[in-house]
Design a protein around this ligand. Structure first.
Ligand code: TRP
Length: 330
């Protein structure tokens, strides 16, 4: 049986956190043999809000280093920088002309961002979901693993694809959103009811992949907990402790009930210090590999170039099919 083709994107809009690692990258590495994976570093999405050009460039390379250091094998999974494949932008334009202003206006992520900012919101930010649809549809994608917050965008992708399939006959594979029910959703250390985010302005809310042991200990020691001094998983009443249990569970590959038992008579100070140690230990081999890739950036650049080459035939074929159907070009 053919392997299912999986496409996922990660936006280089801030430094990579253990939330990105535990929530996405770990699963990608684990699925390398059973799926045909395409993982894209979506720099075009990142510039929908203001960015420092130097940082965009740095993070593109940094994310590729992190993928490699975490164990993604470029022979099994393709990864590349979105803007290195011009088909993404070109298909976006065509899809724009088959996307209704009304349906794009209903995207809750855009509405939230617009409500929050109001000023200087770009057309690019409004168009973000259509660019995402182009990403997905260019590669005849079967499955799109995303967080709950991106489900609506995958549904828009399906709507656009179905609409164009009706009009032009079998243009696109209809993708399935894969929403993880279990697995790690890591929360902010200082605000454990909100998801840990790359773009957080407060660095104490996140553990970054390059954080050293001292920083990691300090951040965990300041993590918000509660006052009942019991190490029990209860998301509603004890979001801080639950988050720390979750982190330790992934870092040590130990089920949460087992951790609850182990720490039944410990205080929060001891527990936090052990959580910090578990993360330091988890990150040590990754950080060692990152240091190697720092010395060998040419190799990382080559992996990215090769990745963009590997996926080219499929993207070019899809774009050609669409242009032909719509009547574009000569
Ligand atoms: N918008 C996604 C996010 O913020 C990132 C993304 C861009 C993506 N293109 C994609 C995810 C295509 C899946 C498929 O998480």
């Amino acid at each position: 049986m053919d392997k299912k083709r999986v496409f996922s994107g990660i936006k280089p809009s801030g430094d990579f956190t253990i939330g990105n690692y535990m929530g996405a990258l770990v699963n990608w590495v684990a699925s390398q043999d059973e799926k045909e994976n395409i993982f894209c570093i979506v720099d075009l999405h990142s510039i929908t809000v203001p960015q420092d050009p130097k940082e965009v460039k740095r993070r593109n390379l940094e994310f590729a280093k992190i993928y490699l250091a975490a164990g993604l094998d470029p022979k099994k999974s393709a990864f590349f920088i979105q803007s290195d494949r011009p088909e993404h932008s070109e298909l976006t334009w065509i899809l724009n002309c088959f996307t209704y202003f009304g349906e794009a206006s209903r995207m809750t992520q855009f509405k939230d961002q617009y409500r929050e900012k109001k000023k200087n919101v770009t057309v690019g930010l409004f168009d973000y979901p259509v660019l995402m649809a182009a990403d997905i549809l260019l590669y005849d994608t079967d499955e799109v693993p995303v967080g709950e917050d991106q489900k609506q965008h995958v549904e828009l992708t399906r709507d656009i694809a179905e609409r164009m399939n009706k009009k032009f006959d079998k243009l696109f594979t209809i993708p399935e959103p894969i929403i993880k029910k279990t697995g790690a959703k890591i929360m902010k250390l200082g605000e454990p009811t909100k998801k840990m985010a790359k773009s957080d302005v407060n660095p104490n809310n996140s553990i970054y992949l390059r954080d050293n042991a001292e920083t990691i200990r300090k951040k965990f020691s300041r993590a918000v907990t509660d006052s009942d001094n019991k190490i029990k998983f209860d998301k509603a009443k004890k979001p801080g402790i639950s988050n720390l249990l979750n982190i330790m569970s992934v870092a040590t590959d130990t089920p949460i009930p087992q951790l609850e038992k182990k720490y039944a008579s410990s205080n929060y100070g001891q527990f936090k210090s052990d959580v910090a140690d578990s993360v330091i230990e988890m990150l040590a081999p990754i950080q060692a590999k990152l240091a190697e890739y720092d010395k060998n950036e040419d190799y990382v650049l080559k992996v990215l170039r090769d990745g963009a080459e590997t996926v080219a035939p499929r993207a070019q074929a899809a774009l050609k099919r669409v242009k032909k159907a719509v009547g574009l070009g000569i």
